[in-house]
Design a protein around this ligand. Sequence first.
Ligand code: DAH
Length: 339
Amino acid sequence: MDKLEQIKIAAEREIKDASNLKSLEDLRIKYLGRSGELTMILRSLADMSLEEKKIVGPKAQALRMELDSMITEKNKKLSERKRSVLDVSRPGKKIKIGHLHPLSIVEKEIVDIFRSMSFSVIDGGPEVETEYYNFDALNIPKNHPAREMHDTFWLEKLGNKNERLLLRTHTSPMQIRYMETHKPPFQIIVPGRVFRYEATDASHEINFSQIECLMVGKDVNLSNFKFIIEEFFARLFKKKLTVRLRPSYFPFVEPGLEVDIQCVKCGGKGCNICKDSGWLEVMGAGMVHPNVLKAGGYDPREYQGFAFGVGPERIAMLKYNIPDIRMFYGGDLRFINQF
Ligand code: DAH
């Protein structure tokens, strides 16, 4: 019995003091192992008298169980501590770094080029727009056939002043919103998201983006425009490209222009990208219509300017050879991860 008492006192203290898993294991062997101190006592029970057995047996068994659970507990504590210690010699985990969406990359490139040419980048504007800003103020009155060019998502709910609301079909309404609150001269670009109620195919999406440009001053003219976009396309595609201006019609500009660039793939010889024409249609543009300047609060006899709208999806498709506009919002990681 004395021996048992000694073992109990020593073992409890030693287990409590064990500072690592190795010394704990040594203690287990020392007391509970095959020839451990307590194991020897348990074994010697066989040689004891019945009287002795009755006293020593239960005590020894109880001690064995107590030490066993003490060791298990301690083992848990030590393992936890081990796990939380930083082992700087272990190989690191590879961190997956995210990256920008191809559209964001192109949008950022476009914006950076214009910013470097002293354009201000204007954020946003409302995606839920009023009929006035999206159409009327841009010289597209009701029943004007040009409204049919913009298949529109109309909202059922009316605005605060009972005006009709829609998802903006282009970023041009920002021309009016900006002029209303700023004085010329200025030069801005406005990236934004637009919506069209259209059947989708490889070159049509109901949701896409545009970048609107507006430059207004006393003598801003089309040669300024041509210089700026030539510079823009040269920097964007990293080579000098011939730019072609064709007369076109947009109600908010006069004259209106369609801007083509020499095909970035074949250089003008004709290929599948330019449909053998050698040219790529890349933006709508023109000199701001006097009615639009008026709607913005300017006197068209005093100020003039140019405007254009360009589609980052179209540019990204040309730059990266992307065959289908629906890939941008398709969420397919095999596509996204290539950028
Ligand atoms: N807003 C036109 C569209 O979405 C694009 C456009 C054409 C913008 C001519 C302009 C412009 O600023 O001058 O089809």
